[in-house]
Every structure is written in C-alpha cells, then in structure tokens.
Design a protein around this ligand. Structure first.
Ligand code: G3H
Length: 540
C-alpha cells in the first residue's frame, strides 16, 4: 500500500542521482538546414523533466535545457532545402544508386551508435523511460536501421530482374515520392521517429523532420551525424509549435508524404492544411484502445501477469498498451485478486533504479487527466479496487484498477495513455465482441483462453476488426519485421521493416516493345552502367 508521502520519498535529492545518470543540461543553439548546422539566436523553448528533485521539503521540477522555438520563416527555409535537394526527383539523392544511398545510411548508424549512452540518459531524463526500456529503445532502433538496409538489398535484388510480358520488356522498381514531413511521438521518440524517417530517406525521399513535443533534446547529438552522413538538404530539422511551423509547411502544398505518429485529431488538423490533400500520402500511427478478452477457461495466473505487463509497461504510455480488460463473470472473482497482486508488485521509482517499472508520467497534464477519468468512473458506479489505486504525487501516479466499468464512463471509450486499468465484466461473449465492433479504434486485441474451438470462433471475427490478434499474450508492435497497422482511427498505411520501404515509394517501371533495337539499347545502358534505375547490378 502506497500513500502520497511514500511517493514523495521516491523522488531523489540532487546527491542521490547516480553519477553515470547525471542530469543533462543542454542549451541547444543550433539546427540543421541544407547540410549546415545553423546558429540559433532566436526565442527558445525550455525543456523540463518529469522527474522532481527534493529540495528540503519541496519538490522542484528540473530544467534540462532548451531547444530553438522556430518561426514560420525557418520552417519554410527547411522546407525549401528539402524541396531543392529533391529537385523534382532530379536531385543527387533521389537519383543516387541504391548501393550508394545504403552507404550513407550505414555511415549514419555507425555515428549514431557512438552516442548510445548519451541518448539513453536523455530518454530517462526527458520522458522517464526506465533504463532497461531506454536501452531497448536505442538498440531496437539500431537493429531496425540495419534490418532496413538488408530489406532494401533484398528488394533491390528482386527488382533487378527484367520481365517480358505480351511482347513488352519491363523493369519495375520502387521510386521515391518526394518530400516527407516526419513527426514522431513522445513515448518512443527515437524508435518510432526512425521507423519512418530512415525508410523514407533510404528510398530516396528528402525529409523535414520535426522532433516530438517531449524527447527532443535527445536528437541534438545526432544532428552532426545527419549533417556528416547525408548530402545537403536531404534531412532538415525543425523545432517549435505545430501551429506555427507545421501549418505553413503543409499549406505550401510541397509535402508529398506526411509520416505522423500521434493522435488522430492532430493528424486530421495537419492534413487538412494541404491545398490538394489527395497529393499528400499519409503514413499514420494513431489512437488505440486495445482490449484483452479473458475467457472462462483462461489460465488466470498467466492472464493476470500478461495483462498487468500489457497495461502498465512504460506506465501504459504505449499505443499498443492494453487499455480495457473484459473478464468473464464466472472467473472475475478469481482474476481480480491475482491481477491486483501483479499490479501492486510493480516497483515505482526513478528511471535509473534497478527493477523499476512505474516511473513519473511524461506529460505534465497527465496526472490531472487520469484523476478526472477515475473520478468520472467512480461517479458512474466503479470502484478503485487496488490498495495503491488513485494515489499520486506530482508526476508519480500509482497504477489504478477501476471496476466494474460500463459504457456510461469516459474511460470505457477514451484512450487513457497512462497507468489506469479499466476492467469490465461480461456474461455473453457477444458483449466483448460488440465492444470491439463499436470502438473507434482497430489496432489489436488479446484473447486469453485454452479451448481451440472457442479461440478459433473469436479469431475469425476479430481479424476483420483489428490488425493483430494476440493469443494468451499482451498486445505489442514487435518483432519489427511483422506488419504494424490498424483500422478505423488507429492507423493509415502499414509499417514493418519491409512494408515501410513500400509506403514511402511508388512502383515505377521502364517498358519497351521487345524489338531488336530496343534490346540492343537496353543492353548498352546496362553494360555501360548508364542509369541508376535501369540496372541489373546485384547488391551484396
Ligand atoms: O506506442 C506504440 C508503440 O509502437 C508500441 O510499441 O508494442 O513495442 O511497445 P511496443
């Protein structure tokens, strides 16, 4: 059982912070445009940590530094640099041979690896990801980049072949789309940003990249690596408020792809600024409210463990988190104590402390938002059923289980994105199925049960509602070679290591009638290595 005083005690005094995880202080005074790290002398935006530092009896929110707060002028300069580097598909980057583009990305990833410790520390301080998860985020991102390189080699090898159909010879490849606006989320600032940024780049697009609202200082060490690894204008960074910098960029009509991971509301308001929205392809990872459905014959211990992890890893701040548990009435009295035991076991504390699972929530407004959702549920008949539920101290919010949840409560449909777990009970499976059918979201579901017939009878309707059905395990994105997408308000486009190469490109072919003259000409182009597109080169 935890109370506010216990939570307060978890915040460190300055001297308690281990030397290897010391608090950063970074006044970022540069940004990357057109291959130059330009000096920023304008207004800045302060960056604060979700951590609090004890100073006597007070808790102080530490300032980690600042980033440029750009205006429309610099945003449009960044856009112009990306447009010029693409040069209507005639620039050095979009016309470069695939093998050469790969070398640039390899150079980048080597430099990125040298910043591992610094970036992991910033992930802990800026968004309070625990050390294990921060390390995982970094390493997973490096693996993702390396896997992307291999996937592109594979794709290129397959596309190196010519096809002859109905008297037409053709070579079909994937060509870039143009200028990409890339915006990642605060909960996976490095990983999810790079799962779109890197495929977009490697396929020959040029990029304007806006850092997430939280987790932005951690990109500073990478600006030099970007500058030194790519030709000028291929990647450009912007910092500041979306309304000030993103609206003019999109309104210009010069963005060909919006790669955005965040809320559906924000993505709708960004895309509507494009003067010809049909011209802007959207690759979107959006809202989700993934349910777990626990059937009467489920292994209750296992379901309780998996649901606690699925709902509360990184404080529930994952789009794939389990955000609603549906438990059959015949087992609910057995499930709940086991689930509560798992929840109460989760160690709370600072991100660098060994074994910590629950850390300060990243968004300043989150504790108040969660308290509102809990109060609303209680006012409609739910109870907070775990001993530490509902307790908070500034940014530390105890995991809270609310039960029984019904459709009158906001938390029944609203995405909480934090450590509150609603539990609903059902008698007929139709009630749980109906919840998924009526939901605005369609990312994933977890089914817990043993009977193959029962499970199969749920798998079939569920695969047409969501895009991943997890059997006896929590929802998750990985492994990254698997497709990651969603229906309804949850996503647009599919991401995986190989799918991402597809979403940032369009199939383009060179075709000719199968005549002697044409064959001769194509042979000369290939033999003399005259084209980067029309080539049978094999990348090893
Ligand atoms: O926030 C959404 C992430 O894509 C979730 O990824 O399931 O690996 O935590 P994850």
């Amino acid at each position: 059982m935890t109370d506010t005083a216990n939570l307060k005690a978890l915040f460190p005094k300055k001297d308690d912070i281990p030397a290897e995880f010391s608090m950063p202080l970074m006044e970022q005074d540069e940004y990357l445009i057109n291959g130059e790290l330009r000096k920023w002398n304008g207004e800045r935006k302060d960056v604060f940590s979700p951590v609090r530092i004890k100073d006597g009896d007070n808790l102080i929110q530490p300032r980690l530094g600042s980033v440029p707060n750009m205006t429309e002028k610099e945003a449009l300069e960044a856009l112009d640099a990306a447009v010029a580097a693409y040069d209507h598909g005639r620039g050095q980057w979009p016309t470069m041979a695939v093998a050469d583009r790969i070398k640039h990305v390899q150079k980048f990833v080597e430099q990125m690896i040298s910043h591992r410790d610094e970036i992991v520390n910033l992930l802990m301080w800026e968004i309070c990801k625990n050390l294990d998860d921060a390390l995982k985020e970094f390493d997973r991102t490096v693996d993702y980049i390396k896997d992307t390189i291999e996937a592109l080699k594979d794709l290129d090898r397959t596309s190196s072949r010519f096809k002859i159909e109905q008297g037409i010879i053709a070579q079909i490849r994937r060509a870039p789309l143009g200028v990409v606006l890339s915006m990642g989320p605060f909960n996976y600032p490095l990983n999810e940003t790079f799962t779109t940024l890197i495929p977009a780049l490697i396929m020959g697009n040029t990029v304007v990249f806006k850092t997430p609202k939280l987790g932005c200082l951690l990109f500073w060490p990478l600006l030099k690596a970007f500058r030194d690894s790519f030709p000028p204008g291929v990647i450009n960074t912007v910092y500041g408020s979306g309304r000030t910098i993103i609206t003019p960029i999109v309104s210009s009509g010069k963005i060909d792809v919006l790669a955005f991971i965040g809320s559906s509301k924000a993505s709708d308001s960004i895309r509507k600024n494009h003067p010809k929205p049909h011209r802007m392809r959207c690759v979107l990872g959006l809202d989700a409210k993934n349910p777990a459905i626990i059937l009467p014959d489920a292994d209750i211990e296992r379901a309780a463990k998996e649901c606690a992890l699925g709902a509360l890893s990184f404080n529930g701040q994952r789009c794939t988190a389990l955000k609603m548990l549906w438990v059959h009435s015949s087992i609910v009295d057995d499930f709940i104590p086991k689930f509560i035991a798992e929840v109460e076991k989760m160690q709370m504390g600072m991100p660098w402390t060994d074994g910590v699972r629950i850390t300060p929530v990243a968004e300043a407004s989150k504790p108040a938002h969660l308290a509102e959702l809990i109060d609303d549920a209680v006012s409609h008949g739910a109870k907070v059923i775990n001993p530490s539920g509902g307790v908070s101290c500034e940014s530390l919010v105890c995991p809270t289980v609310v039960y029984p949840v019904n459709d009158k409560m906001r938390i029944y449909t609203e995405e909480q994105f934090g450590p509150v777990v609603p539990v609903a009970v059902y008698d007929e499976i139709e009630e749980a199925i109906n919840y998924v059918v009526m939901s605005d979201y369609g990312q994933q579901v977890s089914l817990f049960g043993k009977d193959p017939k029962e499970m199969a009878s749920l798998i079939d309707p569920m695969v047409n509602q969501v895009c991943r059905v997890n059997l006896n395990s929590q929802c998750q994105r990985g492994p990254d070679v698997f497709p990651f997408t969603g229906r309804k308000d949850s996503a647009e486009g599919t991401l995986s290591v190989s799918d991402a190469l597809r979403v940032f490109t369009i199939r383009t072919l060179v075709a000719a009638k199968d005549t002697e003259d044409n064959k001769q000409m194509i042979t000369t182009i290939l033999k003399d290595d005259l084209s980067s597109f029309l080539t049978t080169d094999f990348i090893f």
